[in-house]
Design a protein around this ligand. Structure first.
Ligand code: AGP
Length: 362
């Protein structure tokens, strides 16, 4: 029961939950691994994936950001066409459905009303639904055909952290399992790679003072902050901006590096913090040239890159993991920087104003 969960020696649940991410990775590996070290997934989930010609991911907030990464996993690893929709928009902007759609609801709480109203409608239409949730007995889990458990452990802080990385891990497992079932050959062992991710997370959790310092250097007095990235890093930037907004009340925006010149660059002033994620080798040159563009206009750029791509002047170097799984690691600096920024601004980290842990109204 969530009310039994204690902070222990932690000042906030959010910090505790950030720290729990390596354990969550290990738990997920354990839960989704069979005796032969292969992926273990319920047969009916496998069948549902095999029977569908297109996946429609429905989610909100941080879970929506995990869905954006999930689409990349499903398309790149498993070659399954995938769309991602904001739950509250789905009924207005309903896409033309494929012949055999599979709806995947991603929700930490399993109680989000915006998702439930989509599920009620897809159930009415007779389409299969799979819920990925941290709460197996939740409404969405009960009302959908299949459930994949996130195994992140109870998440109490309003700002979601470990559920997000767990969602991405389980989406990667689902994508790999689907790829295998289709007979596609893969050049990596997902469970082993997730183990490497867990170790990388642990290393980052041991370097908190550095993120505390980055928050002081870049965010202690600023009114706003931008997050830029390309490819997967763009999606992590969206999550970084949401995290910072919700707990520190700094106006933050995440956007694709290439979009800068189409408008947002007008907002860059002397000292504007720009946090740039540069974890993807194929876009390294282009994201770094975006950084040059903002620096030339006075921005205070903070580049976060993996060890193998780090250059002199980068603010922080994260451990290298499989490039597709980089979001699971690169989000930790986002979470920790946001946490310390909120702390320095005397904000209520675990219970930010105007927000509830699960949004049960439409
Ligand atoms: C996360 O930090 C937010 N508080 C929020 O965006 C959350 O992810 C969203 O409300 C969805 O919740 P769910 O995953 O429980 O459905």
């Amino acid at each position: 029961d969530a009310s039994d969960i204690e902070k222990g020696t932690y000042p906030h649940f959010m910090l505790k939950e950030i720290d729990e991410q390596p354990f969550a990775m290990r738990k997920i590996i354990q839960e989704y691994q069979d005796d032969n070290d292969e992926i273990k997934l319920e047969e009916d989930v496998r069948q549902a994936m095999a029977n569908s010609d297109r996946v429609y991911i429905i989610a909100a907030g941080t879970s929506y950001h995990a869905g954006l990464i999930g689409k990349e996993f499903l398309e790149k690893i498993a070659q399954v066409p995938t769309e991602v929709h904001i739950a509250s928009e789905f009924s207005y902007n309903m896409p033309l459905l494929s012949e055999k759609p599979l709806f995947v609801f991603i929700s930490q709480s399993g109680e989000t009303a915006d998702l439930r109203s989509v599920l009620v409608e897809t159930n009415r239409l007779g389409h299969p639904a799979l819920t990925m949730t941290n709460v197996p007995g939740s409404t969405l889990s009960r009302e959908s055909d299949y459930t994949l458990h996130l195994h992140a452990g109870p998440e109490i802080a309003v700002a979601s952290t470990k559920a997000y990385t767990a969602q991405m891990a389980v989406l990667a497992i689902l994508a790999v399992d689907t790829a295998r079932a289709k007979g596609l050959t893969l050049d990596f062992d997902p469970l082993k790679e997730l183990g490497i991710v867990g170790n990388a997370m642990e290393a980052l959790c041991d370097q908190k003072e550095e993120f505390d310092q980055i928050a002081r250097d870049y965010l202690s007095t600023t009114r706003n902050c931008f997050f830029i990235g390309r490819g997967l890093d763009y999606f992590v930037g969206l999550e970084g901006a949401l995290k910072l907004k919700e707990i520190s009340y700094i106006q933050a925006e995440g956007f694709a590096g290439g979009e800068l010149k189409h408008g947002t660059i007008a907002l860059i002033e002397d000292g504007t913090p720009v946090i740039a994620l540069a974890t993807q080798e194929h876009v390294d040159g282009s994201i770094r040239s975006n950084v040059q563009e903002v620096v030339a206009r006075g921005a205070n750029a903070c580049i976060i890159s993996p060890e193998h791509l780090t250059r002199e002047g980068d603010a922080f170097s994260i451990p290298t993991v499989h490039p597709l799984l980089a979001p699971l690691v690169s989000v930790l600096p986002m979470q920790l920087i946001s946490y310390y920024a909120a702390l320095h601004r005397d904000c209520d980290v675990d219970k930010p104003r105007n927000l509830a842990k699960s949004v049960t109204v439409e």
